[in-house]
Write a protein that binds this ligand. Structure first.
Ligand code: ATP
Ligand code: MG
Length: 436
């Protein structure tokens, strides 16, 4: 039977005749009434071979590995409707436990067998809200740590007191869930964060920033993209996690509220739904040599080069003067930075003034900057927007090479001053005058 487009991933998995459980983030998000990004299933009582045999008729099956050890299988369903619902595949795993052998990401032994219970599998997970399983056959929840109640009460609680010792990344994951779901850690969980703070420095950069996952998003990125980043950052500061993560914060904490100002700018950026680049810039914009700090942080956390350069340029434009800006100046900014970066800079400056007391004129000037940029984007402001191109200049007798680029830049300057000059006739006439 081929699935209809309404058929959900869970319905499909149920139809396989396995006694499968939906687990982890997908159950949490369902209880919160949110759409889950990915759906993972645990199938108790079966081994890899049995699982593979059940999945193979439905598409390509791949081994799923964590730290070089097989932990499950990923199915890329053949049916088109399902593939659209789960483009990154559907994960299936036998229950497993992890025996910690040290503090690093690779320091553990994975034990998977049909004898391991679902409760044991829930017990290796990080937080109670992520340790709930839902049996597809009946819809009943298996919730050995009271995750549903914690979710209702908006509480962040580790599954075990050893949790952060086994994997320090969980501390940042926890702060990420605080930001995403507005949770409050329990006193015990806070104490465990404090105790484990120093171990955060052991976590590899890509798990924090750029991300090893399909969405390319590490835990710090998800924290910043949540709705309550300032709350999570305050907890990070109060537990000592923040300075381990970003040592330059040491000089900002308590210093005239410089830390609080940064948190407030990050929060203001989140409140305006600003992109990750703007939130990262907010996080570091006033720390020491902010330009250098931004670059160093983006490298350490393995962010892609393009995003790094974007953040560094936003931070670099922090002091861009905005008083008395007019439409011509706005078009020149669009030409100089490009649309994306110009709007990022405006968002950054707006978030910054929202987070401190400034004269009303200064706030208005920043609001005006954003309005002008939005408005002037429709006017010509790129070489590509000009009514003539390099070919036309060659037709007028210009030499191929840098001469053309210089002439086009001069014509663009002219059009930035006066968009009405952007007609073929007027630009050809200008160009004739420019001819060497
Ligand atoms: P997201 O919504 O971002 O996908 P998630 O909670 O689903 O959040 P995933 O990384 O997809 O996070 O992990 C799925 C599940 O695996 C988690 O809900 C949790 O139960 C478990 N898990 C993931 N990472 C860890 C970890 N470092 N330590 C313990 N359990 C983890
Ligand atoms: Mg997930």
């Amino acid at each position: 039977m081929s699935p209809t487009s309404e058929q959900t991933v869970s319905d499909f998995v149920h139809s396989l005749g396995l006694d499968a459980y939906l687990v982890g983030g997908a159950v949490r998000d369902e209880l919160l009434g949110r759409a889950a990004k990915d759906q993972d299933f645990v199938v108790p009582g079966v081994g890899y071979d049995e699982l593979r045999a059940a999945l193979t008729p439905h598409g390509r099956v791949e081994d799923l590995e964590v730290a070089g050890q097989r932990v499950g299988l990923r199915l890329y369903p053949r049916a088109r409707a399902l593939r659209a619902l789960a483009p990154a595949g559907i994960e299936f795993a036998p229950p497993r436990t992890e025996l910690s052998t040290g503090p690093g990401r690779h320091d553990f032994e994975i034990v998977a067998s049909p004898d391991i219970s679902l409760e044991q599998d829930m017990g290796r997970r990080d937080f109670t809200i992520n340790a709930i399983a839902k049996r597809l056959a009946t819809g009943e929840l298996l919730d050995p740590f009271g995750g549903e109640e914690d979710l209702r009460a908006r509480v962040l609680r580790t599954v075990s007191p050893q949790s952060f010792r086994e994997d320090p990344l969980r501390i940042i994951r926890g702060l990420r869930f605080v930001s995403e779901h507005d949770l409050d850690p329990t006193e015990d969980t806070l104490a465990q964060m404090r105790e484990g703070a120093a171990s955060v420095a052991l976590v590899s950069g890509e798990r924090i920033g750029g991300g090893l996952t399909a969405d390319g998003m590490g835990e710090l990125s998800k924290l910043l993209l949540g709705k309550r980043p300032a709350k999570a950052l305050r907890i990070a500061r109060d537990t000592g996690v923040l300075v381990e993560l970003i040592p330059a914060y040491a000089a900002a904490i308590g210093a005239d509220g410089l830390d609080e100002h940064h948190f407030a700018v990050v929060q203001a950026a989140a409140d305006q739904d600003a992109p990750l680049a703007v939130r990262l810039a907010a996080l570091v914009h006033g720390l020491g040599d902010a330009h250098a700090e931004a670059g160093a942080l983006m490298r350490r956390f393995r962010y892609p080069t393009r995003l790094r350069e974007r953040v560094v340029r936003i931070v670099g434009a922090h002091d861009l003067p905005v008083a008395g800006l007019d439409a011509v100046a706005a078009r020149k900014l669009l030409a100089r930075y490009g649309d994306e970066l110009a709007l990022d800079i405006a968002a950054h400056k707006l978030a910054d003034v929202a987070a401190k007391s400034v004269p009303i004129e200064e706030r208005d000037a920043n609001v005006r900057l954003r309005e002008l940029l939005e408005q002037e984007r429709a006017q010509p402001h790129r070489v590509g927007d000009l009514a003539i191109d390099g070919g036309d200049l060659i037709g007028l007798g210009f030499d191929e090479g840098p001469e053309i680029g210089t002439a086009l830049a001069t014509l663009l300057d002219r059009v930035l001053e006066d968009p009405a000059a952007n007609t073929r006739d007027r630009l050809l006439e200008e160009a004739r005058r420019l001819r060497p």
